[in-house]
Design a protein around this ligand. Structure first.
Ligand code: PXP
Length: 238
C-alpha cells in the first residue's frame, strides 16, 4: 500500500495572508485524516511564512495517522523535531529563502553532516527520510549515511509526464530499484497530481508514501477537500 500524506503548508499560507486563524490549520489536519489521509506533512521554514514552529507543536497531539516534518536540518529545526518527535522527519537541502524544495541532497559531499543529524534523529526514535534526485550515486550515498528512507524528488517526472509518460518515469523506476537494492524504503513527492500519480504508483508499486500539497489543495478549491482526498486515494489503490 502507498500511503497518502497531505502536506498542509498551503492551508497555513492562506491563514497567514489575513493574520487571523481562518482557515484553522489544526482543524484542517484533523479533517484531512477523517477524510482518509494516511499522514500529515508540514514543512516549517525559518521565516515561518506558512507553517510556524508553534503549529507543529500544536499538531503533534492531534495527528493520529503519520506525522511527517520536512525541512533543512538547522539547529532550530533539529531542536523542534526532536522535541515534537514525529513518526518521520524528511530532510531537504533547501537554503532558508527557497520558495520550495528544488533539488535533492548530494549525499556524498554532505556525508558526514547527514550521518550526524540522522543519528541524532534516530536517538530520539524518529524515522528518517532524505530528499534525493534520481542519481544512483546519491541514492547509494543515502544508504551509507544510515537513513531509513529516501524521498524521490518528482518534479522532473511531473514536468515530463505530459510529453512522454514512459520516458518521464524511467529514471525514477531505475532510482527506485537502486534504493530497494540498497535496502532503503521509498517515498516520493513534489508536483504529483491527479494526472500523474497513478502511473508513478503503477511503475513503482513498492512506493511507501507520497506527500502531496500544492495540487491537492488547488484541486480542493473545485472538488472540496473530502472528495479530493478520496480522488487521490483512488489513484493509489493497488
Ligand atoms: N516533498 C518535499 C520534500 C517538499 O518540499 C514538498 C513541497 O513542500 C513536497 C514533497 C510536496 O510538493 P507539492 O506541494 O508540489 O505537492
Amino acid at each position: 500500500m502507498t500511503r497518502l500524506s497531505v502536506n498542509i503548508n498551503k492551508i497555513a499560507t492562506l491563514r497567514n495572508a489575513r493574520g487571523g486563524n481562518i482557515p484553522d490549520v489544526q482543524k484542517v489536519a484533523v479533517d484531512c485524516e477523517q477524510f482518509g489521509a494516511q499522514g500529515i506533512t508540514v514543512h516549517p521554514r525559518p521565516d515561518e511564512r506558512h507553517i510556524r514552529y508553534r503549529d507543529v507543536e500544536l499538531l503533534k497531539p492531534l495527528v493520529t495517522t503519520e506525522f511527517n516534518i520536512e525541512g533543512y536540518p538547522s539547529d532550530s529545526f533539529i531542536r523542534l523535531v526532536t522535541g515534537v518527535k514525529p513518526h518521520q522527519v524528511t530532510l531537504v537541502p533547501d537554503p532558508p529563502d527557497a520558495i520550495t524544495s528544488s533539488a535533492g541532497w548530494d549525499t556524498l559531499t554532505n556525508h558526514d553532516f547527514l550521518v550526524e543529524v540522522i543519528s541524532e534523529f534516530h536517538r530520539h526514535g524518529i524515522r528518517t527520510s532524505i530528499f534525493v534526485g534520481t542519481e544512483p550515486e546519491f541514492i547509494r550515498g543515502a544508504a551509507k549515511v544510515g537513513t531509513d528512507r529516501v524521498e524521490l524528488y518528482t518534479e522532473p517526472y511531473a514536468t515530463n509526464y505530459p510529453k512522454d509518460p514512459a520516458l518521464a518515469v524511467k529514471p525514477f523506476v531505475e532510482a527506485a530499484r537502486v534504493a530497494r537494492d540498497a535496502g532503503l524504503e521509498l517515498n516520493a513527492g513534489h508536483d504529483l497530481n491527479l494526472d500523474n500519480l497513478r502511473y508513478m504508483k503503477e511503475q513503482i508499486p513498492w512506493l511507501k508514501e507520497v506527500s502531496i500539497g500544492h495540487a491537492l489543495i488547488a484541486d480542493a478549491l473545485y472538488y472540496g477537500l473530502q472528495n479530493t482526498i478520496q480522488m487521490y486515494l483512488r489513484q493509489l489503490r493497488d
